[in-house]
Design a protein around this ligand. Structure first.
Ligand code: HEC
Length: 129
């Protein structure tokens, strides 16, 4: 009985630890994004076609999520997920497939700075707001 409990609890703890480690790494990276560079890159790559100028999307495409004001580490993780095949999607795989790490962080910083932003250091957002 005891053995059984330990066997079921231990993997859960191990996963929890791995997740918190991953989340902390994501947080540590979030200060490296340059929102102005991110804006220029997303314009160049035509992310606006579906996500709109500031990530608000278009009223006629409800299948496209809003990106404005989203948490920066979340956006970074999702772009890596599309790029590295962990989140399959016919369009986003293609768009994210071309992005290097710094580009992902810059674009995430741009969208995180839009709308009702949760970025604490508002100075970072000043160039794109
Ligand atoms: C052809 C339309 C289209 C284009 C162009 C496009 N996207 Fe997307 N994007 C989508 C759709 C649709 C989804 C939702 C995917 C899903 O349902 O899993 C999405 C999802 C996302 C997400 C995840 C949002 C979330 O809440 O999880 C991010 C981040 C994102 N796109 C960023 C970008 C960036 C950056 C570009 C340009 C490099 C881009 N997209 C270009 C259609 C597009």
């Amino acid at each position: 009985m005891m053995i059984r409990t330990i066997k079921t609890i231990f993997p859960a703890l191990a996963v929890g630890f791995a997740v918190s480690l991953f989340a902390t790494q994501g947080m540590a990276q979030d200060v490296t994004g340059d929102p102005a560079r991110g804006q220029a890159l997303m314009l160049e790559m035509k992310c606006t076609k579906c996500h709109g100028d500031s990530g608000i999307g278009h009223s006629d495409t409800p299948g496209v999520p809003r990106l404005d004001g989203q948490f920066e580490p979340y956006l970074v993780n999702q772009l890596f997920n599309f790029r590295d095949g962990r989140r399959p999607h016919k369009f986003m795989e293609l768009y994210a497939g071309r992005l290097d790490g710094q580009t992902v962080r810059d674009i995430a910083a741009f969208y995180a700075c839009q709308g009702d932003t949760q970025v604490e250091d508002k100075e970072r957002c000043a160039p794109v707001r």
